[in-house]
Design a protein around this ligand. Structure first.
Ligand SMILES: *Cc1c(COP(=O)(O)O)cnc(C)c1O
Length: 230
């Protein structure tokens, strides 16, 4: 583990605190979810030892490989699924994750509801909103959100705790964060997962309760495929 990781971690924590106070929040209102995708256990464990509890992973199988062991050792960990979920992985996701941030279609909702009843485990659920209405991106269209929330509650019997978004990379994020907060206010949802390494301060100013930060702590992730970041 390079000492740069702990430095990046403490610098990020300090920046979150500053952003909370700058947004006139009396207390630290935004929680840090450390995004540990692609990082080895040896890179992650020092952060657990430093007291970090919330982590995010984007692939179920990779998360199982690392976190079945790490969660046993650090049982207070709160693990967030922040990547797309396939319905055939719903059982594994319910068994491992404490928060699933990417509920975005009925098929997933039905699979999660079945597994949650079967396992008697109730991870907190967030709906992912395709806030920039990008064709290639996961998430429910903002216009479809009220109906989708209605179906989640009434057809699938699921309790939804909040919303999550990833704004378009080539656009300034503030208006998208602001839009997500308005959608949450309008639908009575409390949790807002928004903001990553490059824009978590902006997200906090717009009311984020959870920011998901990876590369500002661990350094840039290796690229895979033609110019595509993981
Ligand atoms: C990778 C990822 C992050 C973290 O991105 P950084 O820019 O490295 O902070 C946050 N949210 C999601 C959904 C991700 O996939």
């Amino acid at each position: 583990m390079s000492p740069a990781i702990l430095q990046g971690y403490h610098a990020t924590k300090a920046a979150i605190r500053t952003a909370c106070f700058a947004a006139n929040k009396e207390t630290e209102t935004a929680s840090l979810v450390v995004v540990s995708k692609t990082q080895a256990t040896s890179q992650i464990e020092p952060l657990l030892l430093a007291g970090q509890k919330m982590f995010g992973e984007n692939r179920v199988q990779e998360a199982q490989e690392k976190w079945l062991h790490l969660k046993n050792k650090y049982p207070e960990t709160e693990l967030h699924l922040i990547g797309p979920l396939q319905s055939n992985k719903a059982g594994d996701a319910v068994a491992l994750f404490d928060v699933i941030e990417t509920v975005d279609r009925d098929k997933i909702a039905a699979a999660l509801a079945t597994e949650m009843k079967k396992q008697g485990r109730w991870p907190r659920l967030l709906v992912q909103v395709n806030i920039g209405r990008e064709p290639q991106k996961a998430g429910i269209d903002p216009d479809g959100l009220p109906d989708f929330l209605d179906r989640l509650r009434n057809s699938h019997g699921l309790h939804i705790a909040g919303l999550m978004c990833i704004p378009p990379v080539d656009d300034s994020p503030a208006k998208h964060f602001c839009h997500l907060r308005k959608l949450a206010d309008a639908t009575g949802l409390k949790l807002l997962s928004m903001g990553m390494s490059s824009d978590f301060e902006v997200a906090i100013a717009e009311g984020a309760t959870h920011v998901r930060v990876g590369s500002a702590i661990f350094g840039e992730r290796p690229k895979v495929g033609p110019g595509k970041a993981i």
